[in-house]
Design a protein around this ligand. Structure first.
Ligand SMILES: *Cc1c(COP(=O)(O)O)cnc(C)c1O
Length: 418
């Protein structure tokens, strides 16, 4: 059972000030989860989480994570600017981007961010852009092929195709990049890889860590470069479906520790720091998209029309992603109706749920769409002239804080030349 962190009474009260639809985030859940991550990797003295800003680019959230000791992983100019405004600087910022414009490398360097290079050709591009290379540089590795874990009758637990991903460099290029960077003055190196997204497996990080630790040991031996950190990036997932079980971050941390003891320590690399760039795991379960049922329609199927649409949450429309829905106040009612829950875009893919078993929904019912805290609001767009919603923070004391106001038509028209 997925339980919302909001009751009907709370939602109704909030909606008096901030009409639906809105995104709301749970401060308590975010803090507890960030602490659990920190505890899981406490065995590694240099451990640092760099929250992937693209998942939830909201200052209220970034500042809260900063209080929990997190840094930020930025991938664009505006994300870097937001990080700076939120008080992040120097090695609290990782800059992992691809197809990077020169001005973004310049800003990252000015902020003292750790730059994560996506390609071998970016080494000289960075040098030409800055007139130097930073003392510490990270390189993104792509091992190619297929990455699969945990085969069972139901298929693989984790399956992705790094060989078809546009990111990172090959193993020979990684060594070349390190050697070239060293020649240009870099002193310390990091290795990063992102092999699979939204993994529901305690084995993903440990398997990735093993691969990166072995790569680090061999590249260090080959080039004489000092590897200071391994960046495990994002990809630890969350159970979007009620029948899935959540990853156990303590087990994941322990799995990475075992690989570290087995590979890095014997290689004389027992001082290497572990970094993560989790986005989804840090925030997804702690965000709800709250929306009101505004229409019902009975044709060849039963439809419930809500006041949110794919412009507020794009994942179902573009990936067919499952997001659980709870009808507030009917948490314990039998799910004896089957609905398509749909938004108002002139796009038939604008469906938050298809053939979903739910309690009977009446106009005016308030629905919680679960697990929208990451890659939810942030993927929003303005198609059909739809306006982005507000983002609220449910404080630990039960109060509600506005972190981002809803867009108005004036915002939508602001860039137009009439
Ligand atoms: C998107 C992204 C992340 C975060 O991924 P999650 O799946 O949200 O954990 C981390 N690092 C990089 C480079 C990314 O592009």
């Amino acid at each position: 059972m997925k339980k919302p962190f909001l009751t009907l009474a709370q939602a109704k009260e909030i909606a008096k000030t901030y009409p639906t639809p809105f995104h709301i985030y749970d401060e308590r859940g975010i803090r507890e989860n960030a602490r659990a991550l920190k505890t899981a990797f406490a065995w590694n003295p240099g451990f640092q989480e760099y929250f992937a800003v693209k998942a939830t680019p909201t200052p209220g959230i970034l500042k809260l994570l900063r209080e929990e000791g997190c840094g930020v992983d930025c991938s664009s100019l505006t994300e870097l600017m937001m990080a700076e405004k939120c008080g992040f600087s120097g090695d609290e910022i990782m800059f992992s981007s691809n197809e990077t414009p020169a001005e973004e490398f310049q800003l990252a360097a000015r902020l003292g961010a750790t730059i994560n290079l996506d390609d071998l050709t970016h080494v000289d591009f960075l040098y030409e852009t800055l007139g130097r290379v930073p003392g510490t540089v990270c390189c993104r590795f792509n091992p190619g092929g297929v990455f699969a874990l945990g085969e069972s009758k139901e298929g693989f637990q984790v399956m992705d195709k790094p060989g078809e991903a546009k990111y990172g460099m090959t193993r020979p290029q990684l060594a070349q990049a390190f050697s070239r960077l060293k020649e240009l003055g870099a002193k310390q190196f990091g290795i990063h890889a992102f092999l699979a997204s939204n993994t529901i497996s305690n084995e993903y990080y440990p398997a990735l860590a093993r691969l990166l630790f072995e790569t680090a040991a061999s590249v260090a031996a080959e080039t004489g470069c000092r590897v200071a950190f391994i960046n495990l990036s994002g990809g630890v997932g969350v159970p979007y479906r009620p029948e899935q079980s959540a990853n156990d971050i303590a087990v994941i941390g322990e799995g990475v520790r075992r690989a570290y003891e087995e590979i890095l320590v014997p290689a004389g690399m027992g001082d290497v720091a572990i970094y993560t760039e989790l986005g989804r795991f840090m925030l997804a379960p702690f965000g709800h998209l709250v929306t009101t049922a505004v229409h019902e329609k009975h044709i060849y199927k039963e439809y419930i029309g809500v006041d949110a649409c794919a412009a507020n949450l794009m994942r179902p429309a573009i990936y067919g992603a499952y997001h659980h829905i709870t009808v507030l106040g009917k948490e314990d009612a039998p799910c004896d109706h089957v609905y398509d829950v749909v938004g108002s875009l002139c796009e038939n893919s604008d469906k938050f749920a298809i053939d979903r078993e739910l309690p009977e929904i009446e106009r005016g019912d308030i629905l919680v769409i679960h697990d929208t805290g990451a890659h939810g609001f942030s993927m929003g767009y303005n198609y059909n002239g739809k306006l982005r919603s507000a983002e609220l923070l449910l404080r630990e004391d039960g109060s509600v804080e506005l972190m981002r106001r809803a867009e108005t038509p004036d915002d939508y028209f602001a860039t137009l030349i009439w």
